[in-house]
Design a protein around this ligand. Structure first.
Ligand SMILES: Cc1cc2nc3c(=O)[nH]c(=O)nc-3n(C[C@H](O)[C@H](O)[C@H](O)COP(=O)(O)OP(=O)(O)OC[C@H]3O[C@@H](n4cnc5c(N)ncnc54)[C@H](O)[C@@H]3O)c2cc1C
Length: 341
């Protein structure tokens, strides 16, 4: 699905040495773009348009924009970033490499762009369990996150499948707060007596036996089909393996770090990765990050990158006091996104 409702993405310039190229236009990348654009940095945002929550109708726990459609939030973010002069390339970045003091990023359709710093806001891939029906209902009636869509299924019949939810007991306990009709399908996973006692005291029903598939009606799950019976449900909870989209990071010489639930780009305070000049943000560095926290880390990374560029700016000016400062006030008036300044 394209997220470029208003801001089409052909206005980038292969001849420009951008201060920053941001790869990834989800909440993390867009927030970094706004912070850097407001700092009068020249920014190109490259995005392939596969933001993680696009399958869902609404995004929740997004302060001030509660329940907004994910695509609408992204379109607003793009408009805001564009208002501060950020350029867009709606394509995939296929390679990145160091070049002198900066980086060259190759884009899918053949052109290359140059940047002094690189921000990886590439998100992650949810590797869905191979149970028939899961993919059809993903983001609608097949869920993973109580904070994203738990409230929407409160009071309903919720089934947690232990074999494909690494923290199934914990998930079941969390969902039991939202519905007294929560069932844990053990599906061959050992649930010990202490865990069974915790689940029982919170009113979670435990169903042992192997799960064969989900019975779906379009995107709506109707039941969990086991080898010997069928249980009607309104929603199912699974836990995908979450793997940061780390190709570019690896091309630059980085290595993804292991996590019990997947793999991520390691980063320190302010989102700096072990590779000098490369920052990372959002789900790429934090598998548990949600929309607001991804955007929050985007602002922090934007500030950290601006400060890092400033150190170069100062050094350059000290070496060459007469040299014109680069990338100061834009030549065109900034169009503020909400027009009220
Ligand atoms: C089904 C579902 C529902 C969710 N609902 C909620 C919710 O209600 N509330 C909430 O707070 N969170 C929710 N989340 C979590 C939320 O989607 C993420 O926290 C958020 O999208 C992370 O933002 P991000 O910017 O790190 O990555 P993303 O939003 O995933 O954006 C990453 C972008 O980078 C692009 N990209 C990757 N590699 C490249 C490349 N090489 N070149 C160009 N572009 C590239 C991708 O195409 C994508 O557009 C949900 C997640 C799922 C799976």
């Amino acid at each position: 699905m394209s997220t470029s409702a208003d801001i089409t993405a052909t206005d980038y310039d292969t001849a420009t040495d951008y201060d920053v190229v941001i790869v990834g236009g989800g909440p993390g990348g867009l927030a970094a773009a706004v912070a850097l654009g407001r700092s009068l940095r020249s920014v190109l945002l490259v995005d392939a348009g596969q933001q993680r929550n696009l399958p869902s109708d609404a995004a929740h726990n997004v302060l001030g924009r509660e329940g907004i459609a994910p695509a609408a939030l992204l379109a607003d973010g793009r408009r805001e970033a564009a208002g501060y002069g950020v350029a867009f390339a709606d394509t995939r970045a296929v390679d990145a490499r160091r070049d002198g003091g900066g980086f060259v990023v190759d884009l899918e359709h053949g052109s290359s762009v140059r940047a002094r710093r690189l921000v990886l806001a590439t998100g992650l891939t949810d590797e869905l369990p191979a149970i028939d029906g899961v993919r059809d209902g993903w983001g609608h009636s097949v869920l993973h996150c109580p904070y994203c869509h738990g409230y929407e299924v409160r009071g309903q019949r919720i089934g947690v499948i232990a074999s494909v939810a690494p923290q199934a007991v914990h998930q079941s306990l969390l969902f039991s707060r939202l519905s007294p009709q929560t069932t844990l399908f053990t599906d061959g996973v050992d649930v010990d007596d202490a865990q069974r006692a915790e689940l029982a005291v919170m009113g979670v029903t435990i169903v042992d036996g192997r799960v064969l598939r989900l019975q779906m009606d379009g995107i709506q799950v109707r039941s969990v089909v086991l080898t010997d019976r069928t249980h009607d449900v309104d929603a199912v909870v699974v836990g995908p393996r979450m793997v940061a989209r780390g190709d570019l990071y690896e091309r630059l010489g980085g290595e993804l770090a292991d996590h019990p639930m997947g793999r991520f780009v390691p980063s320190g305070p302010g989102g700096a990765t072990p590779i000098e000049g490369v920052w990372a943000v959002g789900n790429a560095v934090d598998l548990a990050a949600m929309v607001a926290s991804s955007a929050g880390s985007g602002v922090a990374v934007g500030a950290a990158v601006n400060a890092d560029l400033l150190a170069d700016d100062v050094r350059d000016r000290l070496a060459e006091p007469d040299r014109a400062p680069r990338n100061t006030v834009p030549s065109r008036p900034v169009e503020y996104p909400h027009g009220n300044h």
